[in-house]
Design a protein around this ligand. Structure first.
Ligand code: ADP
Ligand code: TRP
Length: 337
């Protein structure tokens, strides 16, 4: 049987939240447990420094993201688990890919377009005001992450689909330009039942917006966070609809199809928002509370995490060196004589 390679990363810009878990962490860990799958899961700290210029936060987040992966069941025997910055070959590949990537492709990337749009809306004359090159070429670094380990399947939230498509385009371009099938063409793997979760302020739940529900909280803290999810002013007993609050999609991400259908019916029948929030908070707790102790234990012992990451990097670099040598050879960077 051919092995399938699964790879995904989480940026180290804050404390992981429900969106990261249902969009990337949970599907990646589940996929890694399947037979015939090899998995590469990592901490995207070079992506982290694009958006976050607070060294203490980058450092703290690296620990929190690593502890989250491990607490949620990542099996380090089966998975190659590493920190992006420990694999310098990724940055060498990043440069080679930069040299064959069309600028026009980067002009179309969502994150860059959103920054330009914000400048236009704020009446800025320079549409690129405060846009760093890291943000602009961010999809190329993500492409290097993916192509380096010949990954087929990339479990991500819906906001990252475009980037995986760009990785596919760039891989194709390289393969055809240099006449070698060196790179595997990756595909995004999206969980059908999981939408992009909305945060407490109505925007996408994101570490960068301070609008998240963190993964590891006491039941009391979690209920407090869940109570902040936006709803409308409908009274208990009034029919409510799933589009009226982001809480429905969060519930759906943690429930079976049957439970989701029952929850929708209860809302339609007038379930109070307060009650719905209690049900949601318990549902999330039922899945995550079992991981909390391990998370806190790891946070108290960063040296344990470091050891695991070092071992992962050593394993990953063996492969990275080999592929990079082939890529350099393909573009004509070789020893003389
Ligand atoms: P953030 O925006 O919180 O910094 P990242 O960019 O590190 O998140 O994303 C890590 C993974 O989590 C990606 O696969 C991304 O698609 C997923 N993800 C992030 N936010 C959400 C969300 N609100 N809902 C679903 N998935 C999400
Ligand atoms: N850019 C991704 C995000 O912000 C994180 C990431 C970096 C990633 N490299 C990756 C995800 C490679 C999947 C594959 O969500």
């Amino acid at each position: 049987m051919m092995t399938k390679r699964v790879l995904t990363g989480v940026t180290t810009t804050g404390i992981p939240h429900l969106g990261n878990y249902v969009g990337a962490i949970r599907p990646a860990i589940r996929a890694a447990q399947e037979d015939g799958v090899e998995s590469y899961l990592f901490l995207a700290n070079y992506h982290g420094i694009i958006k976050c210029h607070d060294p203490a936060m980058i450092h703290e987040s690296t620990q929190a993201v690593a502890a989250t992966w491990l607490a949620c069941g990542l099996d380090t025997e089966r998975t190659t688990f590493y920190r992006q910055s420990d694999i310098p070959e990724i940055l060498e590949l990043n440069w080679i890919l930069t040299c064959i990537t069309a600028k026009g492709l980067m002009n179309r990337a969502h994150a860059y377009k959103a920054a330009v749009q914000a400048n236009l809306e704020n009446g800025q004359e320079d549409q690129d005001f405060q846009v760093e090159m890291g943000l602009y070429s961010y999809p190329i670094l993500m492409t290097a992450d993916i192509l380096m380990f010949k990954a087929h399947s990339i479990p991500v939230g819906r906001d990252q689909i475009q980037h995986v498509e760009m990785a596919r385009d760039i891989a194709q371009r390289f393969n055809s330009r240099f006449g070698k099938e060196l790179f595997v063409l990756p595909e995004a793997a999206i969980d059908e039942n999981v939408e992009l979760l909305v945060g407490l302020d109505g925007r996408k739940m994101s570490k960068s917006y301070g609008n998240t529900i963190p993964l590891f909280q006491t039941p009391k803290q979690r209920q407090k966070s869940v109570n902040k999810i936006l709803t409308n002013l409908k009274e208990p007993g009034e029919p409510k609809f799933k589009e009226e609050s982001p809480l429905f999609e969060i519930y759906q991400a943690f429930a079976t199809e049957q439970e989701t259908a029952d929850f929708e019916r209860a809302l339609n029948d007038g379930l109070a928002w307060g009650e719905a929030k209690k049900i949601l908070s318990e549902k999330i707790g039922a899945e995550l509370d079992g991981f909390t102790e391990k998370y806190h234990d790891l946070i108290a012992h960063p040296e344990k995490i470091e050891e695991i990451l070092q071992a992962g990097a050593a394993k990953a670099r063996v492969e990275a060196r080999e592929l990079l040598a082939q890529v350099k050879d393909a573009v004509g960077i070789r020893t003389l004589g």
